[in-house]
Write a protein that binds this ligand. Structure first.
Ligand code: GLY
Length: 433
């Protein structure tokens, strides 16, 4: 009898997690709450939303899975892992206290400043008048950030002082995001290519799981609105071993020491959003989970057993972890609905998912099935991954597969893994002039 796993979440990341569990453990029984149309082909869908944590805990107490893997940040922030562990169920993800690394930018930047971890110059305000005075005093472009989760819209990259004042008013006076918008964090804007670095963590111990580059803007050339991510690739040429070691030594290790000292030891996957500035790597953000779509490329290019790695992390015993990048390459292209990330269409039939070229995979995000057909049901619909021994053929495979899939209004970026673009970005993916 194989391991029984509940995966919590419904995106391309969770489809990739289910796929990887099944690849490493072909006899596993996988449940996914709530999952999506594609996940339903390899897992039993449990109709409970990812943030309905009381219902998830009840389900787990009744079904007694061997392991629960939490995909997104919100259930962890709401205490899902704490409650499951208290109920004697093995659960992987951060505690609510440790999830503050993602859900409170003020808490995190204070922690990082105290620990001497490289972040942009930072100040925190809950009064608009003080924030306005600070903006006037800085001879530097700034980024104004809402403290909490704000549907991905709480980071305002300002191109001049007037925009910075408007951002302060939006968050602290108009209270656009309510309590999530206060206090605010004002950081100096910095420039350089971005890198998503992932570490499997157990308290103060960790193992790097690899690095990927994400494309956050909706349109080619890093233009258009920010999205959850329109594509990703790994390995990243500029993430050389020496640089990753520096990020491990100067960022990941000290952050884990600091969270432990703060009484919030971190177990789970830590995602460091790093900017490679001329002065060295700087932390732009932390997330407390695998990235989406970065998971889709990290999980397809690693050797070892993902389930064992997770179980060893839960047990605080990372020495035996054998899960690590295997040197192969993956490129992920997201197929999105027309209009995403704003209002978008849904309910369109998806064709072309069968007979993808060898080496290509389709991870579902916003899909549902009905009478044997697959329909769009979200903004990001599919993550198409090309996997090969080098980035060029991985990219060719990903685009060949992506172009074979059709639905009304399909939109994709055509420049994922195109290096000139990925190395000329700034804090929020804006192209440098
Ligand atoms: N790809 C960005 C994120 O997962 O937050």
């Amino acid at each position: 009898m194989g391991v029984t796993v509940l995966v919590v979440g419904s995106g391309g990341r969770e489809h990739a997690i289910c796929w990887r569990v099944l690849r490493d453990r072909p006899d596993a029984k996988i449940y996914c709450a709530p999952g999506n149309g594609g996940i339903g082909t390899i897992a039993t869908l449990v109709p409970i939303g990812a943030s309905a944590i009381d219902d998830l805990v009840e389900w787990a107490k009744t079904q007694q899975p061997d392991l629960v893997i939490v995909g997104p940040e919100e259930p962890s922030a709401l205490g899902l892992v704490d409650q499951l562990l208290s109920a004697g169920i093995r659960a992987f993800g951060p505690s609510a206290a440790a999830a503050q690394l993602e859900v409170s930018k003020a808490w995190t930047s204070s922690l990082l400043q105290r620990a001497g971890i490289p972040i942009p110059r930072t100040a925190i305000f809950d009064q608009a008048v003080d924030a306005h005075n600070y903006v006037d005093s800085r001879e530097h472009l700034v980024v104004v950030k809402a403290d909490g989760l704000a549907l991905g819209k709480g980071v305002l990259v300002c191109s001049n002082v007037a925009e910075a004042h408007s951002a302060v008013d939006l968050l602290l006076v108009e209270r656009k995001f309510g309590d999530a918008g206060s206090p605010i964090v004002i950081q100096d804007r910095c420039f350089g290519p971005e890198l998503s670095v992932f570490a499997l963590c157990a308290g103060t111990d960790f193992r790097l799981l690899g690095a990927a580059r994400d494309y956050k803007r909706a349109y080619d050339g890093n233009t258009g609105p920010n999205t959850g991510g329109m594509g990703a690739y790994t390995p990243v040429t500029d993430a050389r071993p020496q640089l990753l070691q520096e990020i491990a030594d100067r960022v990941i290790g000290p952050t884990l020491e600091a969270t432990s000292r703060a009484g919030a030891p971190f177990t789970g996957i830590l995602y460091a959003g790093i900017m490679l500035t001329p002065n060295g790597p700087v932390v732009i953000e932390f997330n407390v989970r695998l990235g989406d779509p970065e998971a889709q490329v990290i999980l397809t290019t690693s050797s070892g057993d993902f389930v064992s790695a997770i179980e060893l992390a839960i047990d605080g015993n990372l020495q035996k972890v054998d899960f690590s990048p295997n040197g192969s390459a993956a490129v992920c292209v997201v197929l999105a609905s027309k209009g995403y990330p704003n209002d978008y269409d849904k309910g369109h039939e998806i064709n072309g998912l069968d007979d993808l070229p060898n080496g290509a995979l389709a991870f579902h995000a916003g899909t549902e099935t009905s009478s044997g057909s697959v329909y769009t049901s979200g903004g990001r619909v599919l993550s198409i991954v090309g996997h090969s021994d080098n980035i060029h053929s991985a990219k060719r495979l990903a685009y060949r597969a992506a172009r074979q899939i059709t639905f009304k209004g399909v939109h994709m970026r055509t420049d994922i893994a195109t290096s000139e673009i990925s190395t000329l970005t700034d804090t929020n993916g804006e192209r440098l002039k």
